[in-house]
Design a protein around this ligand. Sequence first.
Ligand code: ADP
Ligand code: ZN
Length: 290
Amino acid sequence: MRYGAIEAGGTKFVCGIGAGPDDLQKTEFPTTMPEQTVERAVAFFRGSGVRAIGIGSFGPVDLRPESSTFGHITSTPKLGWRDFDLAGAIGRAVGVPVAFDTDVNAAALGEARWGAGRGLSDFVYITIGTGIGGGAVVGGRLLHGLVHPEMGHIFLPHDRTRDPFAGVCPYHGDCFEGLAAGPAIQSRWNTPASMLSADHAGWALEANYIALGLANLVTTLSPQRFILGGGVMKQAQLFPLVRAELLRVLNGYVQSPVLLEAIDEYVVPPALEDRAGVLGAIALAAQSYT
Ligand code: ADP
Ligand code: ZN
């Protein structure tokens, strides 16, 4: 059975057709205005015979099935996309059922099914890219709650003597995303994050913020693993820094052999690499089509 998948990002759309990692065919294109972007996605699926389409979307999104705006992108500042009915537009044009969730919940589901979350009942997938977002598997299920988690907007202790940068979140200034997403790094150092040298002092600060974010999640959700993806985490030197910083911040309080003896397996990159989101969207479609 082949399914369709869309990882709808604020910068690009990744579309896929397949049943899993072995047969995934994918394409990607920039996110422009909604109608034009949807038309490109629909053209990819037309005639493909997919039975259902899963969409993992940037947000915030409305995930409440009973809501009149289910499947809409809601309060985004992204031009043209506010209140856009993404799930509806795709479903009507392709004529198949659509399963809809956040981009990070989809990525978490992909990793749960085929990647670094296999066999775990509780873990968190976090992307650190243009924004910061997290998807959690709790007791074997994706966590949704009232709307959906917004782990990028938690508040961290911000030492303004060490880091006078005010933060770039339009809603909160110096929340986690405001301090630590790619645009914050660029704005703080006047250099794109991808251009900062591996030994730049900015990475120790970045690791501190990421570790503080993870520590708050360790103490609230008690996950068995963190999977960290997104453009900023392409800086491989961040992983050992974040692991060490997480242990330092927790300061021995959370007692688990995993933290004490297997920290390298506790904070890991996505096993599916850049395909976690689109494969997760395949899994979303498959789950809905039963
Ligand atoms: P998006 O979040 O838009 O889906 P990405 O996850 O690729 O896309 O994140 C883009 C952000 O990640 C940009 O702010 C960019 O500066 C940063 N980024 C991309 N590649 C790297 C890299 N190799 N090193 C550090 N930062 C990177
Ligand atoms: Zn914020």
